[in-house]
Design a protein around this ligand. Structure first.
Ligand SMILES: NC(=O)c1ccc[n+]([C@@H]2O[C@H](COP(=O)([O-])OP(=O)(O)OC[C@H]3O[C@@H](n4cnc5c(N)ncnc54)[C@H](O)[C@@H]3O)[C@@H](O)[C@H]2O)c1
Ligand SMILES: [Zn+2]
Length: 378
């Protein structure tokens, strides 16, 4: 079964709206789906060292059969530690050595890291060329491939260099998830739960009821969850593409989470989705500590996370508090020296809280790191 959604965006020089296709067999259909929409194109595939050996040959065959011309692919080392400027430079040089023109189409084949890097590359190459996403992780299929945020990490923090550059098409092929390690499935599931927490209490309940079976690979549940997540994100992005308001809600769990990721060194210790799962628990704890949210809402969240084996407690020593605060102070949502957080009045009721002071957060972090698994912080 094929699901088709559309991200509707205001037209600029051209119509920038695009389709998200969710289903099986899409990798082998990619050439045709692209040719039907955009004609035969010159294409360069960007992928990573885990994904390319699994799927690149099949994708190239599908593209060639549909009449596209292929450049040599640009393959980056896998993983978050490589979402950096030096890697971007290497990818750019591989492409530029092949003398591309503005009709070049960049095709991202990989998880969120490849998607963010390929998107940024497409935004910069020749001042902007088209790109298409073929997300290969659950996280990328439900979140990062949609919405046009691209970026990379620097020592100062996560995604601090980037551009808004929307893809022209997203092909989410469920078959590709079969090779994804279980820990990455759970990491992606954390971003699915996030949509329920933000503004869909019924979807949160659905995630609690079906999470374990979905994570065991149930195709029907998986399709529903991906379609619902993409529809949520598409609606928010359509309303606020460049994050002047409502789109900031999608950062629920991310200000805490990004600080944890950065403080953990962007490595194997803590994946992005895991950091988001912990970050959502902390957003709930902070909201409760401010008297904004009933404590029972955290219990509901913790119960879901326990059932789905998602982490909820940070594992860092108290000596890391200044580092965490520095990373939070550098977040893109902040203004005038005060920190902006996404907090919750309850499950399904996220809101933007501006003006949180560094001192308030310092007290909170000290309490959290001293008592990682209790909610009586602040
Ligand atoms: N742009 C956005 O809107 C947005 C939204 C959410 C997250 N992100 C970014 O996404 C990144 C996280 O994405 P991720 O979790 O997909 O990480 P990832 O891209 O690093 O992929 C996780 C790991 O799985 C491997 N892999 C990917 N697909 C596979 C497959 N089908 N089979 C086997 N192995 C596979 C990858 O090589 C990597 O080792 C973070 O950098 C985060 O900041 C961006
Ligand atoms: Zn995220």
């Amino acid at each position: 079964m094929l699901h088709k959604l559309q991200v509707r965006l205001p037209a600029e020089a051209t119509d920038r709206s695009y389709d998200i296709l969710i289903g099986t067999g899409l990798l082998d259909q990619a050439g045709l789906e692209i040719a039907t929409r955009f004609g035969p194109r010159k294409i360069v595939v960007i992928s990573d060292s885990h994904v390319a050996p699994l799927y690149l040959e099949r994708l190239h065959a599908a593209l060639k059969t549909a009449g596209h011309t292929l450049l040599q692919p640009a393959i980056m080392p896998a993983g978050e530690p490589h979402k950096t400027l030096p890697t971007l430079q290497q990818l750019a040089e591989t492409v530029l050595q092949q003398q591309p023109d503005r009709r070049l189409l960049v095709l991202a084949l990989g998880g969120g890291v490849v998607g963010d890097m390929a998107g940024m590359l497409a935004a910069l190459l020749l001042r902007g060329v088209d790109y298409i996403q073929i997300p290969t992780t659950l996280l990328a299929q439900v979140d990062s491939s949609v919405g046009g945020k691209t970026g990379l990490d620097t020592p100062q923090g996560k995604n601090l260099l980037g551009a808004f550059h929307q893809p022209r098409l997203v092909l989410a092929d469920l078959d590709l998830l079969r090779s994804l390690p279980a820990r990455h499935w759970r990491s992606g599931f954390a971003e699915i739960v996030k949509y329920g927490l933000i503004n869909q209490a019924d979807f949160f309940t659905w995630c609690h009821a079906h999470g374990p079976k979905l994570l065991a690979g149930d195709a029907e549940l998986l399709t529903s969850a991906i379609a619902r997540s993409c529809a949520s994100k598409a609606a928010i992005v359509a309303a606020d593409e460049k994050e002047s308001g409502q789109r900031a809600l999608l950062n629920l769990g991310h200000t805490f989470g990004h600080a944890l990721e950065a403080a953990s060194g962007f490595g194997e210790n803590l994946y992005h989705g895991e950091a988001v799962a912990i970050g959502c628990a902390l957003a709930l704890r902070f909201s409760i500590a401010l008297g904004l949210c009933p404590a029972s809402e955290l219990d509901r969240y913790l119960a879901l996370c326990a059932a789905c084996e998602l982490p909820t407690t940070p594992q860092l020593p108290a000596s890391m508090v200044p580092t965490l605060l520095d990373f939070m102070s550098g977040d893109k949502k902040n203004s005038d020296g005060a920190i902006t957080l996404i907090l919750l009045r309850g499950i399904g009721q996220a809101f933007v809280q501006k003006g949180v002071s560094r001192q308030q957060l310092a007290t909170f972090w000290h309490e959290v790191l001293a008592n990682p698994s209790t909610r009586n912080a602040c």
